[in-house]
Design a protein around this ligand. Structure first.
Ligand code: ATP
Length: 234
């Protein structure tokens, strides 16, 4: 198992965001976290990447406890692609990619940069353009590509479809599938549960900071309570 989380508790003051959550992520898979607003999805990613502190519980990565410091977590091979496409708006596309690979030796990231232009040809066309002038979909592609520049062992994706037009959302999910097929492991947080299930190898439904259900997409879609609560959208 690449990532093992056991009995994780995280609070913001009196608010319990995660309340005894446990899950596993297997190498080479896409694992989705599905849940309503406020269920604790972003907190889970932030706890893994070290952005928020846990109260108790265990997060094991390749069998080892993760460091507490967010910068040290990056060096273990975990990269979080944040919600809202927080790219460096004032830098060019190429400069953003270079920043994404900053933790790696330069020689090793040149090849990754070329790989990213192959995967996202629109980024090659816009290589010297300021990132802030890209469309929403292009900015999300850049955020993904920037995250991949560090060749992470685990990619944490927070709501990659947020705010995008339906056609662009489909494209984004195709890219995520392609990234998994390149060998990457992905933990995906998504409100668009139908899309997330269409793509993932395994999913966890979380409610009030706990796992309510888990299974393959097929298993979850055979549950009428899950379908009516989470899969109403088209
Ligand atoms: P969404 O899909 O709306 O982003 P989520 O499932 O990602 O929701 P979280 O953002 O993890 O949920 O929030 C879990 C709970 O913790 C919510 O009740 C939220 O209001 C609370 N919370 C999140 N961040 C903070 C914070 N910085 N300070 C106080 N409470 C917070």
């Amino acid at each position: 198992m690449l990532l093992e989380i056991r009995d994780l508790h995280v609070s913001y003051g009196k608010i319990k965001a995660l309340n005894g959550l446990s899950l596993d992520v297997e190498k080479g898979k896409i694992v989705s976290i599905i849940g309503a607003n406020g269920a604790g999805k972003s907190t889970l990613l932030d706890a893994i990447s070290g952005r928020v502190k846990k109260n108790r519980g265990e997060i094991l990565f390749e069998g080892n406890t993760l460091p507490k410091d967010v910068h040290k977590v990056v060096h273990t091979g975990i990269t979080q692609v944040p919600e809202g496409r927080k790219i460096f708006a004032g830098l060019t596309v190429e400069e953003n990619l270079i920043m994404g690979g900053i933790t790696k030796p330069k020689a090793s990231t040149k090849g990754t940069e070329e790989e990213m232009y192959k995967l996202f040809p629109v980024l090659l066309e816009r290589k010297h353009q300021q990132a802030g002038t890209l469309s929403g979909g292009e900015q999300q592609m850049l955020a993904l590509a920037r995250g991949l520049m560090s060749q992470p062992k685990l990619l944490l994706l927070d709501e990659p479809s947020l705010g995008l037009a339906p056609i662009i959302i489909n494209q984004m999910f195709d890219f995520i599938r392609a990234i998994r097929d390149m060998g990457y492991t992905i933990l995906l947080v998504e409100q668009n549960a139908t899309k997330a299930l269409s793509l993932c190898d395994y999913a966890y439904v979380i409610e009030n900071g706990q796992v309510r259900m888990q299974g393959t997409a097929e298993e979850l879609m055979s549950r009428s309570d899950i379908v009516s609560a989470y899969l109403g959208e088209k």
